[in-house]
Design a protein around this ligand. Structure first.
Ligand SMILES: Cc1cc2nc3c(=O)[nH]c(=O)nc-3n(C[C@H](O)[C@H](O)[C@H](O)COP(=O)(O)OP(=O)(O)OC[C@H]3O[C@@H](n4cnc5c(N)ncnc54)[C@H](O)[C@@H]3O)c2cc1C
Length: 457
């Protein structure tokens, strides 16, 4: 084990207790690294929303954390996903049945609040402070200090912004960049497109009224509406429930819908504000959107509106940004591994770790747009670029290239280097796992078995 004279674990502040922030907290907890989560809301538990697609890329971590069974018990694997026009002509069928054989795990559709609750249960309560909205930061070569709305301040070696699409940490970071003479790169569209998504999950419904409701895998349907910019999706989840989302994309969105989109507290969305005509839209699984709306607890429906901005700066000094659900969970694994391995938490090592993090996690245009928007763009967007992208993806790209990129995705299944490794499952090998000298030394020095987490040091 590295000797305690030369090894000083950093102290970390995590902004936000969403899926990404909680994953980061769990990993630092397991790694035995000091941290504090600062959460803007007064309630820690996120109760709003519909389902989230949890891909197999994050399942090895869930297995390492011992929550895979819990996740599988409350979610369904996706076997096929169908894309329809509104007259129910099939645009495309995507078959995911071979996933489990290839990668050993399903791609699960899981209610977002329930996934949040599973992760939250792994973080000691005292590690999350509520009503702490980060507003500004100062950082130098020694430390980073954040100031919250209530004027309280917190100092640490590293600040991780996991505070969602309207990130206060990002705003503070961009001011800091400017102070240091760097102009943050934000590419804004002149005639800005807004993306609105409304999410909900029904109560249990009668399987006689919906095809596939009592199956034990999800039926995942997307309908590209006739109305310009409108798309809606349904996912069957356990207990005869349906998770749904309605996406709308427009540069001239009704101010009523956009109102409060920088939603200070992620309030429930009043469906009465949604156009009445959307209720009648037909579903592929029988029935209409209105039936789903009527069977959904109204206080759990939420709306997210995103602007089409491209943010290019994701780290500076002692501050780094992670996030957006699945991508944020993967970010957290990679970043936690690098922080765990850091010999001394000085400026040089932090810069090196952030550079490595950036290199692994940002090779693609992923960060150019929020991933939620990227998917919406390609599949459902209505600008000429979106249409071209969709056409390319669905029709023109040769099978060979599609399979290549799919294979790349299939191989990426990072694990925490400081937790007992789980066996690679499925026929497809995973990309090489990061190894940890520190963890290996620790196991050796303790004569511990490789089932001992690093925090037990
Ligand atoms: C309310 C809501 C519901 C959603 N529902 C769905 C869904 O059902 N399905 C789906 O596919 N996608 C949904 N999304 C889209 C979203 O991309 C992902 O669900 C996912 O939540 C993103 O995870 P995250 O941890 O990166 O960010 P978030 O879940 O947004 O978490 C960020 C956290 O940071 C906190 N925070 C924000 N600002 C600050 C600050 N300045 N200081 C401290 N803390 C701060 C927030 O209160 C929040 O707890 C939803 C988004 C939101 C906001």
């Amino acid at each position: 084990m590295p000797d305690s004279q030369t090894v000083k674990s950093p102290k970390v502040i995590i902004a936000g207790a969403g899926l990404a922030g909680l994953t980061m907290a769990i990993l630092l907890e397991k790694a035995g690294i000091e941290y504090q989560v600062l959460e803007r809301s007064s309630e820690i538990q996120q109760t709003l929303g519909g389902a989230i697609i949890l891909s197999f890329n994050v399942m090895p971590l869930m297995e390492q954390l011992g929550v895979l069974d819990q996740i599988e018990a409350i979610s369904f694997p996706i076997e096929t996903t169908m894309i329809y026009k509104e007259d129910m002509e099939v645009i495309r069928e995507i078959n995911l049945r071979s996933n489990r054989k290839m990668v050993g795990y399903g791609t699960q559709v899981i209610p977002r609040p329930q996934l949040h609750a599973i992760l939250l249960a792994l973080v000691p309560k005292e590690k999350i402070l509520v009503n702490k909205s980060i507003e500004s930061l100062v950082q130098d070569t020694e430390s980073v200090t954040v100031t919250c709305e209530d004027k309280s301040t917190y100092t640490a070696d590293i600040l991780i912004g996991a505070d969602g699409s309207d990130s206060g940490t990002r705003r503070a970071l961009y001011k800091d960049l400017e102070k240091d003479g760097i102009t943050p790169k934000i590419i804004e569209e002149e005639n800005k497109t807004l993306y609105m998504s409304v999410f909900g999950t029904t109560d249990p419904m009668d399987p006689a009224n919906f095809e596939g409701l009592d199956d034990d895998c999800t039926r995942c349907d997307t309908v590209v509406g006739d109305e310009r910019g409108l798309t809606y999706r349904t996912f069957i989840i356990p207990n005869n429930r349906v998770s749904w989302r309605v996406d709308f994309q427009s540069s001239e969105m009704d101010p009523e819908w956009v109102e409060g989109y920088k939603n200070a507290d992620y309030k429930a969305f009043d469906l009465k504000k949604m156009p009445e005509r959307w209720r009648g839209r037909e579903l592929a699984m029988m029935g209409s959107l209105g039936i789903l709306f009527d069977n959904t607890p109204q206080d759990k429906i939420c709306k997210v509106v995103l602007e089409e901005n491209i943010y290019e700066n994701w780290k500076h000094g002692r501050t780094v940004l992670i996030g957006d659900a699945l991508e944020g969970i993967l970010d957290a694994i990679v970043l936690a591994n690098l922080i765990y391995e850091m010999p001394i938490s000085n400026h040089k090592n932090i810069t090196k770790a952030f550079d490595e993090f950036y290199e692994e996690r940002f090779p693609s245009p992923r960060r150019e747009l929020n991933p939620t928007q990227q998917a919406t763009h390609v599949m459902f967007g209505r600008t000429w670029l979106d249409v071209a992208g969709r056409y390319l993806l669905l029709k023109l790209v040769p099978k060979y290239f599609k399979e290549k990129s799919r294979d790349y995705i299939n191989y990426y299944r990072p694990q925490a280097a400081f937790l007992p490794r789980v066996d690679t499952k499925g026929d497809n090998p995973s990309t090489p796992q990061r190894t940890s000298k520190k963890y290996a030394n620790y196991l050796k020095s303790k004569g511990a078995s490789d089932s001992t987490p690093a925090a037990a040091v």
